[in-house]
Design a protein around this ligand. Sequence first.
Ligand code: PRX
Length: 647
Amino acid sequence: MVEALYPVPVEWAKDALVDEARYNEMYARSVSDPDGFWRDQAQRIDWIKPFSVVKQTSYHEADFGISWFTDGTLNIAANALDRHLATRGDDIAIIWEPDSPSDPERRITYRQLHEDVCRFANLMKSRGVKKGDRVTIYLPMVPEAAVAMLACARIGAIHSIVFAGFSPDALAGRIVDCDSSIVLTADQGLRGGKKVPLKANVDEALEDCPGVDTVIVLAHTGADVPMAEGRDIDWRTGVAQQSADCAPEEMNAEDPLFILYTSGSTGKPKGVLHTTGGYAVWASMTHEYVFDYRPGQIYWCAADIGWVTGHSYVVYGPLMNGGTTVMFEGVPSFPDASRFWQIVDKYQVEIFYGAPTALRALMREGDDYVKATSRKSLKVLGSVGEPINPEAWSWYYNVVGEGRCPIVDTWWQTETGGVMITPLPGATALKPGSASKPMFGVRPMLLDNDGKEITGAGEGCLVIADSWPGQMRTVWGDHERFFQTYFSTFKGYYFTGDGCRRDEDGYYWITGRIDDVINVSGHRMGTAEIESALVAHHKVAEAAVVGMPHEIKGQGIYAFVTTNAGVEADEDLRRELIKWVRHEIGPIATPDVIQFAPGLPKTRSGKIMRRILRKIGENDFSSLGDTSTLADPSVVDNLIENRPQPA
Ligand code: PRX
């Protein structure tokens, strides 16, 4: 197959921070002389005490360990704020666009943000929060979310953000796992005109979290919410009493910065831990090069701070680079499907970074919503979170970007802290659907199932040889799980969980997860988590969840459910189970299809054959493979015959 190739526009190659020759040169050095390369790159950070050792990393069990810039000290909040004050204190750090276009926006300068962060840091300190403590953040997309993150970083507390769309149960599990005694929230969130009862969710979650003694509540919508005496504090009243002086804590490069829970193929979500120095260098460097970012440019990453993209590319990356970052509270389709592009025009956004799922949803609404806006300010378009299909890519490129703007299709993960494989706007010719080339310092490799390296063009399991500064350091509270999950499948390599193809030109094409993780609207879900939510229902005996192709979401959730004896498996139960899963995990886990199954295909030893269920989910019965080893092959016929058609 001949793939379309979009060469780097001449004007881009001329003015870019990195052109093709420079990319090749920098990449070669980054892998042949990582110590020298990273010693230089680390100069982008203000260190309190300079490091002497660049990296000490091993993926082997005998001497396993990952540490970067180990003896250096710094404060990442000071890097995002204080050091800009003298030169660009009055520049806008954050532009906030509210859910409704008729509400006023906010523009916050670096000086103001610095002051807000200091006051809020002092408020947390006054409640006993200190270095190393965990702070759970359950806030909507408001500037105070960035204030909260940076205030934690300033005093050395570890933030753990829980996406505000998660249920009270999911929130409680994350609070308990990292043992935080403080939760930061708002009365309500707003999304597409709908109110999200954040404080009520926190109250419900805290019934299961006896260790929480402080809840700081931001009045956002102004809803009347009950406040627990002695525990709950009003945000603004609290900060008003605090001083605007708060010295940043001197942090070791390897001191923890944040925990972010993400789904894996087994068990409960794991707390991915990132540390300070390596993450700072990585988030800042990738943000600058991937978007060819220069201070003064208006940059908008449309991700929620509840996901890693929001951490690295709404808050830390752009602010460390002295940028202006747009935060949008709402959704792409409210009040109508022009909303994204109206915001682009309103603030003259030059760089827009979004998710394929939103693009597919907007594409379906037709081009008129886009064409009603100018978008002349746009220079670079980014994509993240899931593979972008060629149709969505072309639409993004031709309709949104009018053929002017390179698309950076960035592949990375919560675990990697920042972008790992991506085109650079001035350096890489684009192939729609390919994340293209590795970022500096990243050594992707493809292995076959036996761990043998595939060289040249081919397809296999994507692993990364050698460490990079932004790599996660452990699973909170379970270092053994960290090693087992990522370093035991292929000895000596970091295993990504993704399948990947490399073409003749050395371009990487991510083919999707090869474990039991599915990607629904760019949100990563463990099938095991949804299964355990389903079986927790008293009418369910057994459940198996697989991904299914979905036009907008990329993947949808297909659940096979076996009910307990005597239970009527009808429409009412289907609705009840959907409601149940939404309550247990959150609306993002809503099953698209529930198929009641009298039996699941199992081997004689009782193992569920997911391969077969995946095929049924995909509506592809042609290649079910060998079913003769099943304990009861007839269950497959039954599942095929009764496969419901998705709504
Ligand atoms: O399967 C890959 C997919 O998303 C997974 C990581 O999900 P998460 O940790 O939630 O991080 C999302 C934001 C970085 C990966 O293992 N993925 C992410 N970006 C891409 C992608 N798949 C294809 N192309 C991408 N650009």
